[in-house]
Design a protein around this ligand. Sequence first.
Ligand code: SF4
Ligand code: SF4
Length: 447
Amino acid sequence: MYVLSRFLRVREKDGLIAIFHELHPDPVYCPVAEWLTFSRDVARPSQLIQPLLDRRLLVQSTTEDDAEFTRVEERLVHKLNQPKILYLMLAQGCNFACKYCPIPALAMRYGETLLSPENARAGLRLWGEHLREAANAHAESYIIFYGGEPLLNKPTFVSALEAIRQLQASGELPSRTIRLMLTTNGTLLDDDIIRQCHEYDVIVSVGLDGFQPVSNRLRMYADGRGTFDETVSSIRRLVSSGIRTFVSASMTPENLPELASFTRFLKDIGVEKFGFNFLKGRALPEFVSELARAVYERDTAAALMRSFREVGETAYEYQLKRKIEAFHSQDFFPIDCTCYGNQLVIQPDGQISNCPFFKAELGQIGDSVGTGFRIAKTPIISEWRKRSPLFHPAFRESDAKALCGPGCAWGAHDLSGDILTPDPAPTAFSKEIFDELIWSEFPSSPK
Ligand code: SF4
Ligand code: SF4
């Protein structure tokens, strides 16, 4: 005798029902009438029974549901414990003063500190300790040179590249699975840096928010000069030098209307991947009033989906790509960033954190190598994981929780003082994608 799982969810469209498990959606489709008949009496013979059993949507008791939740939770924790990204924050300050960026304010508060070569090396050694203990020793991981503007500190960038090679040669860092990335505004690139990026196979990710008028209004020098022309010429230079070049953009109400044509432009000039960020923290109310917030969330999600459909290659944008992959592998994926245990951040003053913007006070890097410090085991990570839609009460009724990340924890804290406050914009985006994916699997009913 079977009962419907408490994780069973349905969505209806054009006379069809998609039936899916909220923890690992893999829809089964049938006409509405068939579903209504079956759901009133699941004991009667139906071709829905086997596909629903296969997906654990029919269970013998609530104990099976409890066991399923525990299995998903354990898999999630396992994934969140896997080290994926080391951020070396080379500089606290920046030569730009972009309208929405918290970096200038953080630089005022903490000083224009630069990461020392010694602290960068110590960070690399601690990262090596994390990777050597990783459950999946063959998984790819990243070292990201970050800022402010990291190229304000070229000496540490160059010495860190050399240190990576030495540590790989001595076996302290893996040789094959580490990828390097420089996140920059592009304006301080010179021949030497380009040569280094070439030699060490560094991917360069450049910030740019749209075409000239919009971009110049958002991304400028402290004296107000726009930065579009210089940035685009740096992107072209990187591409023509054979360096893998990505672009990341912050989504504001100003650049949403041109997102599709901007994405096409980036593809045309040879940009390999495009990524977007939602406005974070106090920048959000500065750009979008409380009243217009829901419209911003909805319009951003819609513009992103429209742009990806028009460009015709969903894998081009990396957040979308990750969500699509998660959906197709029925992988519970309730995170939007890697600050829940996957990443180690070395801030410019040598302090360890789990997030580039958050002062987590986890100690100085110089004192932490060889002590057994592991970012995923720190109390802050246990606290931040409570944001996961798997556990957070705000997501209890959400049928899209398998793909919803909880957004930006730092931004929530910056706005409300509470790390557990939900962040609605990424959630709205995830729900749009989820709806698209649920119906894109049809027709194959019932599977
Ligand atoms: S270039 Fe980047 S770090 Fe610098 S102000 Fe702009 S967004 Fe912030
Ligand atoms: S919490 Fe926010 S700022 Fe920090 S790493 Fe995650 S997305 Fe980035």
